[in-house]
Design a protein around this ligand. Structure first.
Ligand SMILES: Cc1cc2nc3c(=O)[nH]c(=O)nc-3n(C[C@H](O)[C@H](O)[C@H](O)COP(=O)(O)O)c2cc1C
Length: 498
């Protein structure tokens, strides 16, 4: 097969098929299980944990400011539970495929109250910051981010990286997909939670990957920058105006020593002038209109009352390990979808009502209804702009979904299964190889919104990163070039194992 881009090649190469899984089956080498924390021996350590327990009245202005950051990091990727294995497994505020936690967070400050200027790594295990580079790096950061306007209004920036080996150890070449999804979940927490400490999250794109990697002293064959968020007190109106394409790499070889790193490198941006994307090549995906005439199930927006429960919800969120196949209410499904796709309805409750997104227009949402009261079983295309589920297939697909989720019971016993997909060639026409990052990070962000909405409603939820790709296309009746990004199952939990 020939591919027009590296992303299409990578995606195809990392599809799960029954034959491929059998061929690549191997026992995990537990002696090499990666440690999901970084160790900075010579860094100055700023502990943040004590602040979480203190009342604001007892704190100085510097401490109050530091407490805000402490909360943000805790509710973004802090340790929220522990399973007493040997060694213990620390679970976090955001889910992670296989509990491998490849995402690291770095903080760069510019006169942020309570912290000296510098670059810090966040260590969730000790809930502390490790200051490993002192000084003001904002000018360098601005240069690396092509003078992104949000940086002018920001005094603190979070950089999200992926440590490849942590996830690759288990998932081999497909790990890159999960690293991006995991990181999207982590970012989702930042975006959702930041207004509650008085900050808005601004996605920073484009950035020069190599400059940022160098700023963080990353070993580029092990750890790579994936995304950047600048926090601002003021709500800025960025939308996705700044998303920029990388090149499309046509001359990749199919014999690669390190597929993940080589593919990741092709998604980098180094110079805004050099791009072989032509505006005229950008075609419109006709999916959104394709189903116009299909039977439409109206999904009126329904609001979740959060009543200041967000912190509690993030702390207690867990991926459901088993569902009991019983039904959920249509209103609850609507609440989950409304929180995920219609943040503009959450202004009064203090959420970011216009959160930055990568580009939602290149992601499609399909939902398989397995047991939702008042909605017929079948597969639907979700037209959120029109509050409609367009029915595309009629039948209960439990067994098919069980199979395509690699025989995971979660897929069979859920009440509904949400699929995020993209027309990959069109997305690449728009954003070059970097589309692959934007798409998976965005699917993770949406996944986290679904996770938190479900948790608030006491509905079970779990992401599924392992699926037979082509079987999903078959289930949904979508063409081969459509790439399945992510699956999220929701339903009634059987038992709470953790
Ligand atoms: C991208 C992604 C893919 C996942 N895939 C699966 C999966 O295929 N099967 C599963 O049972 N859980 C899956 N999970 C859930 C993780 O196993 C879970 O997040 C992890 O064990 C940590 O537990 P917690 O979410 O309860 O904190 C996935 C989570 C993410 C974020």
């Amino acid at each position: 097969m020939s591919f027009k881009s590296f992303a299409e090649f990578y995606h195809n190469e990392t599809k799960y098929t029954p034959e491929g899984l059998k061929k690549n089956a191997r026992a995990l080498d537990w002696s090499k299980q990666p440690i999901p924390f970084k160790n900075y021996i010579n860094a100055e350590k700023i502990t943040l944990g004590e602040l979480l327990k203190k009342q604001d009245n007892d704190l100085s202005d510097d401490e109050k400011s530091l407490k805000k950051l402490s909360k943000l990091l805790y509710y973004t990727n802090g340790i929220t539970a522990m399973i007493p294995y040997t060694p213990p497994l620390y679970l976090r505020a955001a889910p992670s495929a296989g509990g491998l936690y490849p995402t690291e967070i770095y903080v760069i400050t510019n006169n942020y109250k309570g912290l000296v200027n510098g670059i810090y790594n966040f260590n969730p295990k000790t809930h502390s910051l490790n200051l490993f580079a002192k000084g003001n790096f904002f000018d360098k950061l601005k240069k690396a981010c092509f003078s992104h306007p949000s940086l002018e209004k920001s005094n603190i920036v979070l950089i999200y990286t992926g440590v490849i080996f942590r996830s690759e150890w288990r998932y081999q070449e497909r790990a890159y997909r999960r690293i991006l999804l995991d990181t999207g979940h982590v970012m989702g927490n930042t975006i959702i939670y930041s207004p509650f400490i008085g900050y808005y999250s601004n996605l920073i794109e484009p950035f020069n990957d190599d400059y940022v990697n160098d700023l963080l002293f990353l070993n580029k064959n092990e750890e790579v920058t994936l995304s950047i968020i600048a926090l601002t007190e003021e709500k800025l109106n960025n939308k996705n105006n700044f998303l920029y394409p990388s090149q499309i790499k046509k001359d990749f070889s199919s014999k690669l020593d390190n597929l993940i790193i080589e593919f990741h490198n092709s998604t980098k941006i180094d110079d805004l002038q050099k791009t072989n994307i032509l505006e005229s090549k950008i075609e419109k995906d006709n999916n959104k209109t394709k189903f116009s005439f299909a039977f439409g199930e109206k999904i009126e927006p329904k609001i979740i009352e959060w009543n200041n429960s967000l912190e509690n919800v993030i702390s207690k969120r867990r991926s459901t390990r088993a569902y009991n196949a019983s039904s959920i209410d249509k209103d609850d499904l609507s609440k989950i979808l409304t929180f995920t796709y219609k943040p503009e309805l959450y202004k009064e409750q203090g959420f970011d009502y216009l959160p930055d997104n990568y580009d939602l227009s290149i992601i499609d949402t399909y939902i398989a209804i397995l047991n939702v009261k008042d909605i017929e079983d079948g597969c639907y295309y979700y037209l959120y702009e029109r509050d409609e589920l367009k029915q595309i297939r009629f039948k209960n697909f439990r067994e098919e979904i069980y199979y395509l989720c690699l025989g995971q019971n979660l897929g069979r016993d859920a009440s509904a299964v949400i699929f995020h997909t993209t027309n990959l060639p069109l997305s690449i026409n728009k954003y070059g190889e970097r589309a692959y990052r934007y798409l998976h990070l965005q699917a993770g962000i949406l996944g986290q919104r679904i996770n938190l909405a479900c948790t608030r409603l006491d509905i079970g939820v779990s992401g599924i990163g392992g699926f037979f790709d082509n079987d999903v296309n078959e289930l949904l009746g979508i063409p081969e070039e459509v790439a399945v990004l992510y699956i999220t199952t929701i339903g009634k939990p059987e038992t709470r194992l953790i």
